[in-house]
Design a protein around this ligand. Structure first.
Ligand SMILES: C[S@@+](CC[C@H](N)C(=O)[O-])C[C@H]1O[C@@H](n2cnc3c(N)ncnc32)[C@H](O)[C@@H]1O
Length: 274
């Protein structure tokens, strides 16, 4: 199947899904999502142009596992929950979690990505798509506001500017009565980091050229952006026991991260309540 006419930022959805597909093929996957493999197998696209190195694959797969754990805990505690996956891409997280049938699941992304998602993923009774830009406040309009809500953003914020990320977090806390937001994060990303990333991956169809978010060091910082947000948890992908299976250089970085917090921050999962 042709992926259609995707803009560079929309194409980043192919990268994360491909990383999870490659992980699923390993004898001992970190995440193990067979639907990811099924999804990329349907697409007529040269995935080797995306620059998915073994390190990228490992980080994407393990952070997905950590985010999945947060979602599974939330829906177990709140069987009437609404889960909202913003910048959902082709992620098959709904099928990995297999929530109780009382949970409603919304996947929000740009129209071209939602159209592709609906073609390649199986249907599900409680799944709804929202084809909208998160830069427009109306993206929440069709989503119920009065139930415990988990908002997931895996791989999204890096591609948005700080004012847009702030506006999204404010929109979440204004629209939904109560819940949590969970997302992956890279700590502070300087202009120099972004330029180096672009140069290092020149020629590859790399997401670095789409990077827009300067990030932040202190995980409490987003509390100042949306008054109801409260930091609940900060964990580093580098410090999970599964990091023992990382490729050698990344494994070394994982060990160093115990002494160098800046390394730990480069791959973290953050959770906020509201
Ligand atoms: C790196 S992908 C991650 C996709 C998915 N969460 C995953 O884990 O595979 C980033 C996603 O954010 C979406 N995105 C970027 N800007 C957006 C916007 N303004 N509104 C909605 N979605 C957006 C892209 O289309 C893409 O699907």
């Amino acid at each position: 199947m042709d992926v259609g006419d995707l803009s560079p930022v929309e194409q980043t959805a192919l990268l994360t899904e491909y990383a999870r597909a490659v992980d699923a093929r390993l004898p001992e996957p970190l995440l193990g999502d067979p639907l990811a493999e099924r999804t990329v197998a349907q697409l007529d696209f040269d995935f080797t142009t995306l620059g998915v190195t073994p390190s990228v694959r490992s980080l994407v797969a393990l952070r997905a596992k950590m985010l999945d754990e947060k979602i599974a805990t939330f829906v177990a505690a709140h069987p009437d929950a609404v889960v909202v996956d913003i910048g959902a891409g082709l992620n098959s997280v709904l099928f990995r979690i297999a929530p109780p049938p009382t949970v409603d699941w919304y996947s929000v992304d740009l129209p071209a990505v939602i159209a592709l998602r609906e073609k390649v993923l199986p249907t599900h009774d409680r799944s709804r798509s929202v084809a909208a830009s998160l830069t427009e406040p109306q993206w929440t309009n069709s989503i119920p506001a009065d139930r415990p809500t988990l908002v997931l953003a895996d791989g999204l914020f890096a591609f948005l500017t700080e004012p847009v990320v702030i506006a999204i977090l404010r929109r979440i806390t204004e629209h939904f009565g109560s819940g949590v937001v969970v997302f992956n994060d890279y700590g502070p990303v300087s202009r120099l980091n972004r330029i180096m990333g672009k140069l290092a991956t020149r020629g590859a169809n790399s997401p670095h050229s789409q990077w827009d978010f300067p990030g932040f060091k202190d995980a409490h910082h987003p509390e100042s952006w949306a008054p109801r947000l409260r930091l609940l948890a900060e964990a580093s992908v580098m410090q999970r026991p599964e990091a023992a299976a990382f490729p050698p250089a990344l494994r070394l970085a994982g060990r160093l991260s115990r002494w160098v917090p800046a390394i730990a921050r480069k791959a973290r999962v953050l959770q906020y309540g509201f």
